[in-house]
Design a protein around this ligand. Structure first.
Ligand code: GLU
Length: 274
């Protein structure tokens, strides 16, 4: 029964990652399963090989192990492309030409994941779309969530801590599934890979709880198996803020260099070290 830890190599791992990785390992042990490590490196502008090497090194130092080969999402673009084509063929995607600045100017209501997209480009005519696609430097592909839900009907998912949840993908609005420059998105890549790697328990931070509504919808649309989810607490700093990758002071590496043992670092993160 696989679980997974899926960091992005955009910085050094910190105590929050130590906690997330040990939560994944604990979930794997509880189900006699294995913890898969997956590198979520779709954004090539932010990912670095040295951070990838540091992930392997720091996790091994913490005493974690994982099966090889480790999947890199950057090597799986063809799979995401096929899924996009399927959604496109179902008439569920539309190109969006709005820039961040356009969206900031609209003063859209806030969703759990930032401002909600107001649907500006959903109503462009086919002619307008074709014309703008020819000249656009940047555009994204958005999921028409209302249309998608009309195809799937009501959906539910099982959260191991909070119980049965009604999927409410509309809370996040018409999310971006691909961009002209990055041919997939977190939502699409993670949903496809969790299914392709037969992950049965998805463990991740509670900051991603709302994303699960969208992932459940994508699973239904793409006819993928449905796992259960455990959204774990986040490790916070002294001011109660979530840790950021750039805060090198709390990186696993810096604790290690200052002489702490793996057990002590896991304890600092509030994680089990068994
Ligand atoms: N790649 C995400 C991160 O680094 C985690 C995604 C997930 O676990 O679903 O925060």
């Amino acid at each position: 029964m696989p679980t997974r830890f899926a960091p992005s190599p955009t910085g050094l791992l910190h105590l929050g990652h130590a906690y997330a990785a040990s939560s994944a390992r604990a979930a794997a042990r509880d189900t006699d399963g294995v913890m898969i490590l997956r590198l979520e490196d779709i954004d090539s502008t932010r990912c670095r090989p040295e951070y990838e090497a540091a992930i392997f090194e720091d996790l091994a130092w913490l005493g974690l192990s994982w099966p090889e080969p480790v999947w890199r999402q950057s090597e799986r673009m063809a799979h995401y492309h096929i899924a996009l084509q399927r959604l496109e063929a179902m008439g569920l995607l539309y190109p969006c030409f709005c820039t961040r600045r356009d969206l900031a100017a609209i003063d859209a209501p806030q969703g759990p994941d930032g401002p909600l997209y107001p649907g500006t480009c959903r109503s462009l005519s086919p002619l307008e779309r074709t014309a703008r696609l020819e000249t656009a430097v940047h555009y994204s592909l958005r999921l028409d969530v209302a249309m998608a839900m009309s195809l799937t009907g009501p959906l539910t998912w099982q959260d191991l801590d909070r119980g049965l949840q009604s999927a409410r993908p509309e809370l996040l609005g018409d999310v971006i599934l691909a961009r002209k420059d990055i041919a997939t998105s977190y939502h699409l890549a993670v949903t496809i890979d969790d299914a392709a790697q037969s992950v049965t328990t998805v463990t991740r931070g509670e900051d991603l709880f709302a994303s699960t509504h969208i992932h459940r919808l994508l699973q239904a649309l793409l006819r993928l198996p449905v796992p259960v989810w455990h959204h774990h607490r986040l490790v916070l700093d002294e001011q109660g803020r979530r840790l950021a990758k750039r805060a090198d002071s709390v990186s696993i590496r810096s604790y290690r260099q200052s002489g702490l043992t793996p057990g002590a670092v896991l304890a600092l993160a509030g994680a089990r070290s068994d």
